[in-house]
Design a protein around this ligand. Sequence first.
Ligand SMILES: Cc1ncc(COP(=O)(O)O)c(C=O)c1O
Length: 445
Amino acid sequence: MKAKYEPPLIVRHSLAGVNKLGSIPAIRPMSSIDGVRIEELVVAYGSPLFVFSENTLRERVRELRGELGRRFASFDLGWSYKTNYLSAVCRVFHQEGSLAEVVSGMELRKALAAGVAGQQIIFNGPAKTAADLTLAFEKRVQVHIDHLDELALAETVAEGLGIVPEVGIRVSQSDLPVPTWDRFGFHLESGRAIEAARRIVRSGRLGLRSLHGHIGTFIPNPDAYRMAALAMTRFARQIESELGARITTIDLGGGFASHNTLHAQYLPGEEATPSFSEYVEAIASGLEEGLDGAETPRLVLETGRALVDDAGVLVATVLGNKRLADKRRAVIVDAGVNILPTAWWYRHDVRPAQEILGTAEPTVFFGPLCMAIDVVRDRVMFPPLRVGDRVVIRHVGAYNVTQWMQFISERPNVVMVSPKGQHAIIRKAETLETLLLQEQMPAWL
Ligand SMILES: Cc1ncc(COP(=O)(O)O)c(C=O)c1O
């Protein structure tokens, strides 16, 4: 085959890849996942393709459980369904002992349908309906109340069922080194949280047993957790001494950073993200200080992205190359932001799936959408790619296969690779037929 001619181009040497430590990130190909060749997967299941490593899922959750086990006699992890509720992914976490953490009626019913017992489900979220609460109370789900109207509704539902369910309240905090998420829960410092606790205990129609807080997401600062744990523990003790209600569970939600790199972040996530042990130590020291010798409650964490991001990659195929007006090399791949919304948050690590030769130069990866916003990775040092080459976009396990959009094209296959090298589809690609099934034509047309 005749080699394709590309006119020579002088590219100014760029220091864009140098970080504080002086290293230019090496472009290491990633040609297999847990021993299975990426090319084999693409031939079997098509491109683009999400691939999840069962091994990495288990390793991550075992590492966090191990750290918690070293510091806490009683703890639970609640798998945050909205982070990734593909049934196979949830099953791995449930097999590893995680509860289900759900934030909608749909997620609640999904967990129940998967066989998770009601007592093993935590129900958060700001929009629970009477039907959701009825189902939750009947199944003895651990409900966390978000606001006063929901509290009134929960009391009415409980009364209707003739039971006094044990619940928790979601608490938001301001005195933390992270932006305040006071749109969820009852605010601590302004006194809303203690008012809600008084209301629950005095009316006696619900039992107050747990406090829940989720201070934000992708928080690379373990000290924020120490401070949150300290404030929550002190609040639990205030409730006990003032109202006589014993708080048996403190749930600190999720929010640990994954190994991704935020757009505004300086060091790459793989160097900057704190370890699980740093987060757990911070929480343990906050709790210890707040308890001041009192009995330690059960600790719950709802860690999402930090458990699943590393386990997922998106494989894409090069469709074409072009030079932009500013001479940057642009590569068009077949995976866009419709299936990778986290590209708006992160500078995802992109690797070739095969050895590539040539000089690395600043490259932008565009997706296939006919929309200017479809930038998968802006400005990354990359050698030239040919049409048909594969690239692997890393750390995409969280929030993509739940927040993706069916826009312009069908959503692709998602597969899982087992530790023994087996692989199978865990979510089938959509087809035009799948999409048309949802549509209806009005009779007058
Ligand atoms: C209540 C609650 N718990 C857990 C999570 C998981 O958070 P993350 O993926 O940041 O760990 C979320 C996500 O926003 C949440 O809202």
